[in-house]
Design a protein around this ligand. Structure first.
Ligand code: 1CP
Length: 354
C-alpha cells in the first residue's frame, strides 16, 4: 500500500504526533463554492450529482484545490440509504429532502429491503474508488453515514423536521416498531460503511445530527446503542491500515463520556462546548474534532484568526485534535474566509506541536 503524503488527519485521530493541527470542514464541498454550483448545474439535480462517480469526484476535490485541507470527504448524502431501502427520495424547490413512501407502521418496516452496497448503492462505492484514484494519496478520504436514529427521523417524518413529533410518537407509543427499524438501519449502515472502507475510505464518520433532540434517558436507547452496535462490527483495520472512526452527535455534549465508551477513536464536537472542558472530560481516551461556530466564518479575518487561536489554546499541548467547524459550513460564507480559517489553524497550531 502506498503511503499517504499528508497523514496528519489520521495521525491526530490516533493521538499520534503531528507537525500542525489537521483541519477539514464539514460540508466543505457545497453551495458556498461557485464551482460547485456549476458542476451541480451540469449534473441537473443533486442526486444525479451523487450518482455520477466523475462529478461526485470533481466536487469532492474542489475545496482541496482552494484550501490546504488535511482530508477529503466523500461527496454523497446520508439519505442515500433510505432511498436505496425503497422510500423514494426527492428534493423540493428549497432543497429540502422528502420521501414519497415514509415509514408509519410495522408493515412499512417489514417491507424495507436491505440494500446491497455493491448493488443499489454501488454508485457510492464507485465514487469512493474514483476519488481515491484521483486523490493520488495526497490526503486521506473520509467515508460517512448517518446514524440509525438520524436516518430514521427522515424516514418517519418524511423529510426534515423541527419538532420530531411523528418519530417520538412512534418511540413512545410503539417502541418495538421503531427498534426494529433502527436495528435494520444499523445492519445496513454496517454493510454500507464496511463497503466504503473496502472501496478505499481511510476513515469513517457517523453523523448523528438529530441525536440531541432526545432526552438524556432516551439517547442511549434510541441512538447510542445502535451506533455502538455499528462500531462493534466495522472493519477497524483494512489492507494493513487501521481505520479510525468518528462519532458526531450534534447537541450531544451531555453524553461525551458515554460516547467515548463506545470505543470510537474520535468524538465530533459542536460549537456549544468549550473544547478545554471536553478535553478534560474525555480527552485522555479519544481524539476530539471541532469546534468553531460555523457562523464565525462571516466575521473579519482578524476575528476568525482570534477564534482559531482561542480554540487551539483551549485544547492546548498534546495530541488528538482535528480542527473543524462545529457543524456544516453555511452556504453564503465567502470562500476567502474559509481560506483564512484553514491557514490560521495550520499557522497558529505549530507552537502546540513542538
Ligand atoms: O446541492 C445542493 O444544494 C444540495 C445540498 C446538499 C449537499 C451539498 C445536500 C442535501 N447534501 C449535500 C452533501 C452532503 N451531505 C455531504 C457532502 C460532503 C461534505 O462536503 O461534507 C455530507 C457529509 C452530507 C451529510 C448530511 N446530509 C447530513 C449530516 C451532516 C449534517 O450536516 O448534519 C444531513 C443531516 C443530511 C441531510 C440533507 N441533505 C441535503 C440537505 C439540504 C440536508 C439537510 C436537511 C435538513 O435540514 O434536515
Amino acid at each position: 500500500m502506498p503511503q499517504l503524503k499528508n497523514d496528519r488527519y489520521i495521525r491526530a485521530l490516533f493521538k499520534q504526533d503531528v507537525d500542525k493541527t489537521p483541519v477539514w470542514m464539514m460540508r466543505q464541498a457545497g453551495r458556498y463554492l461557485p464551482e460547485y454550483k456549476t458542476t451541480r448545474e451540469k449534473a441537473g439535480d443533486f442526486m444525479s450529482l451523487c450518482r455520477s462517480a466523475d462529478l461526485a469526484c470533481e466536487v469532492t476535490l474542489q475545496p482541496l484545490h482552494r484550501f490546504k485541507l488535511d482530508a477529503a470527504i466523500l461527496f454523497s448524502d446520508i439519505l442515500t440509504i433510505p432511498d436505496a431501502m425503497g422510500l423514494g427520495l426527492y428534493f423540493t424547490q428549497d432543497h429540502g429532502p422528502r420521501f414519497e413512501r415514509p415509514i408509519s407502521c410495522k408493515k412499512d418496516v417489514d417491507n424495507l429491503i436491505t440494500p446491497d452496497p455493491e448493488g443499489e448503492l454501488q454508485y457510492v462505492m464507485n465514487a469512493v474508488r474514483t476519488i481515491r484514484r484521483e486523490l493520488k494519496n495526497e490526503v486521506p478520504l473520509i467515508g460517512f453515514s448517518g446514524s440509525p436514529w438520524t436516518l430514521a427521523t427522515y424516514m418517519v417524518e418524511a423529510g426534515t423536521s423541527k419538532s420530531f413529533t411523528k418519530i417520538k410518537k412512534m418511540a413512545f407509543c410503539e417502541p418495538q416498531i421503531l427498534h426494529s427499524l433502527l436495528d435494520k438501519l444499523a445492519d445496513t449502515v454496517i454493510n454500507y460503511l464496511n463497503a466504503q472502507i473496502e472501496a478505499g475510505a481511510q476513515s469513517v464518520m457517523i453523523f448523528d445530527t438529530w441525536g440531541g433532540v432526545l432526552s438524556s434517558r432516551d439517547y442511549n436507547d434510541f441512538s447510542l446503542q445502535y451506533m455502538t452496535k455499528i462500531l462493534d462490527s466495522l472493519h477497524r483495520s483494512f489492507a494493513g491500515k487501521k481505520i479510525p472512526v468518528t462519532l458526531f452527535t450534534k447537541n450531544g455534549n451531555q453524553w461525551l463520556e458515554q460516547i467515548a465508551d463506545t470505543g470510537c477513536d474520535c468524538i465530533g464536537l459542536d460549537w456549544t462546548i468549550d473544547i478545554a472542558t471536553a478535553k478534560m472530560r474525555v480527552g485522555s481516551r479519544v481524539a476530539l474534532q471541532g469546534n468553531m461556530d460555523p457562523s464565525m466564518l462571516y466575521a473579519s479575518p482578524e476575528r476568525i484568526k482570534q477564534e482559531v487561536a482561542t480554540i487551539l489554546e483551549g485544547f492546548g499541548n498534546g495530541n488528538g485534535h482535528v480542527f473543524n467547524l462545529g457543524h456544516g459550513i453555511h452556504l453564503d460564507v465567502p470562500p476567502e474566509n474559509a481560506k483564512v480559517f484553514v491557514d490560521a489553524v495550520h499557522d497558529l497550531s505549530v507552537k502546540y506541536h513542538k
